[in-house]
Design a protein around this ligand. Sequence first.
Ligand SMILES: C[S@@+](CC[C@H](N)C(=O)[O-])C[C@H]1O[C@@H](n2cnc3c(N)ncnc32)[C@H](O)[C@@H]1O
Length: 250
Amino acid sequence: MSEFDARLSTALYHIAILGTVAYFVAVYVFGFRKEKLEAFICYLLSGWVHRKFFHREKAILFQQMQDIKQKSKTELAILEIGVGSGMNFRFYPEGTRVTCLDPNPHHEAYLRKNLQKCDKNVKVVGFIQSFAENISAVESDTFDAVVCTLTLCTVRDPAKVLSEVRRVLKPGGTFFFLEHVAAQKGSFIRRVQNILQYMWPHLASGCNINRETWSFLDQSEFSQVQYRHYSANTWLFFYLRPSMYGTAVK
Ligand SMILES: C[S@@+](CC[C@H](N)C(=O)[O-])C[C@H]1O[C@@H](n2cnc3c(N)ncnc32)[C@H](O)[C@@H]1O
């Protein structure tokens, strides 16, 4: 590691420690409710974050959903897991019915606000408060599409989530995903990710910064899995650059 790399890693490590301390003081000393705070921060920041870092790739990914909608004669039934404040609604085809799933119930009010802003004929037909590792509230073979963006990094058991996603999809249904992922092993970014990983999950609601999400998809039972690795357009959060998006068919 060069001197510059070492200094940068140390600086990031200190920032991570300070951030963690600030978070714990806010939640445990000043009594901010953790889930409420997370939902509020997500709502506050997600518009800017998406415009800046994810809009282009999400537009490409969800274009495929438009194609599926054109072939289908009925409304598309979508389950979105880890829906957060509903930043994907704007990409959905007209006339889709979305069931939202998130363990944090405080997102619901915010996603309904974003739904009004997106000015499209997209209906939210339900909000399931649950972890995606167990979607027992939903029968098998129910949805035309399942969507999961920036969430497989956070779930506790990605393999279980993928198996639940596959179960609730109709035969031939499509899983759409977009995630930030681990950098290549041995690279500078991966070394920074490995250091930050000690702190990052505490700072970012359980997010794992160095998860090799593609390996869970490769090992899943989907019939076709297609994905593309890309580098997100961020200089400041360079350790979040390695990303992927794609689809998997049941
Ligand atoms: C970074 S946010 C992403 C929100 C949204 N998908 C987007 O692209 O803006 C991660 C979301 O995953 C949710 N989440 C965390 N653990 C989860 C789990 N095990 N199952 C489903 N959702 C989970 C969080 O509550 C949060 O809303």
